[in-house]
Design a protein around this ligand. Structure first.
Ligand code: PBG
Ligand code: ZN
Length: 324
């Protein structure tokens, strides 16, 4: 039997900050953070994103400077999203050797080779209808789309991507990308699977930021937020297909699922604190009702505690500036 009060007093280990430091179970460090950025082509202006105070669309023409600035801040990993002005039915820009995905990777790798570049691999930023792949009727054609995801992944790898992160939420996408990468000689490039991706209402500000044209929803390919068993099944399926990292997205409302995956897989696990989560903290703090920095640390800490190794967060530069 463990000692009980009055022999045991849990307060004994809390009496000073030095003592609290040495018994703290969870840490948050620069290497745990991945910063998602929005890069816009055909403009020289930074455009502030209304729904995400503090975030802007970065013009492609100034991406090199921005990458150097972020790296100097201590950022380790970056995930570029493209804002395309060349959208079409199939998202063909993303398949091109000189399309936005490849260009963003090349620019960042050239400007700041030490940054781990993890391009998002999907089609919603490049399709005129805003869906994450080729349409058949009013849903995405799974099998055609995963072939194209393989092509896009190879273009990103050729451009110098360190990790490939497919977010399209199609069945078999990890296996299709693994096969395409291996065939092209990129067997050493890891895949960070958006393995458990929910059809969440928390992506609103992102869709504004990325300028996606989506009408309707993604409920035929993204998962129902109400399903805990299926959430684990999704991640284990990606592991079986050869994923090198698993991910839960969004993060804060899905800590149970993160903990389930942590117990059922040995792979590194990523939490994506999405745009709506960022906005909730930013707007509440702007109203003066919460302490922003403390809430950011508490919520990111909860993701680490639930089992996440890495956290994708729009707060990354702010945390590095404040100091971790
Ligand atoms: C889609 C994609 C989404 C996000 C990143 N890539 C969600 C969606 O539009 O369904 C959301 C990220 C965020 O909200 O921060 N491939
Ligand atoms: Zn998408």
């Amino acid at each position: 039997m463990p000692a009980q009060f009055p022999q045991a007093r849990l307060r004994r280990l809390r009496s000073s900050s030095a003592l609290r430091d040495i018994v703290r179970e969870t840490s948050l460090k620069a290497e745990h953070l991945v910063y998602p950025i929005f890069v816009e082509e055909d403009t020289d202006e930074f455009t502030p994103i209304e729904g995400m105070p503090g975030q802007s669309r970065i013009p492609e023409s100034r991406l090199a400077d921005e990458a150097r600035r972020l790296s100097a801040l201590g950022l380790r990993s970056i995930m570029p999203f493209g804002i395309s002005h060349h959208k079409d039915e199939t998202g063909s820009d993303a398949l091109k050797e000189d399309g936005m995905v490849a260009r963003m990777v090349r620019i960042i790798k050239e400007a700041a080779p030490e940054l781990v570049v993890i391009p998002d691999i999907c089609f919603c930023e490049y399709t005129s209808h805003g869906h994450c792949g080729i349409l058949k009727g009013n849903t995405v054609d799974n099998d055609l789309t995963i072939k194209n995801l393989g092509i896009q992944a190879v273009q990103a790898a050729k451009a110098g991507a360190d990790i490939i992160a497919p977010s399209s939420a199609q069945d078999g996408q990890v296996a299709a990308i693994r096969e395409a990468l291996d065939e092209a000689g990129f067997e050493d490039i890891p895949i960070m699977a958006y393995s458990t991706k929910l059809a969440s209402a928390l992506y609103g500000p992102f869709r504004e930021a990325a300028g996606t044209e989506l009408k309707g929803d993604r409920k035929t390919y993204q998962m129902d937020p109400m399903n805990r068993r299926e959430a684990l099944r999704e991640s284990l399926a990606d592991e079986a297909e050869g994923a090198d990292f698993l991910m839960v997205k969004p993060a804060l409302a899905y800590l149970d699922i993160m903990a389930d995956i942590r117990r059922n897989s040995l792979l590194p696990l990523v939490a994506y604190q999405v745009s709506g989560e960022y906005a909730m903290i930013k707007f509440a703090a702007a109203q003066g009702v919460i302490d922003e920095s403390a809430v950011v640390r508490e919520t990111l800490g909860s993701m680490r505690r639930a089992g996440a190794d890495l956290i994708m967060t729009y707060f990354a530069p702010q945390l590095l500036e404040e100091g971790l």
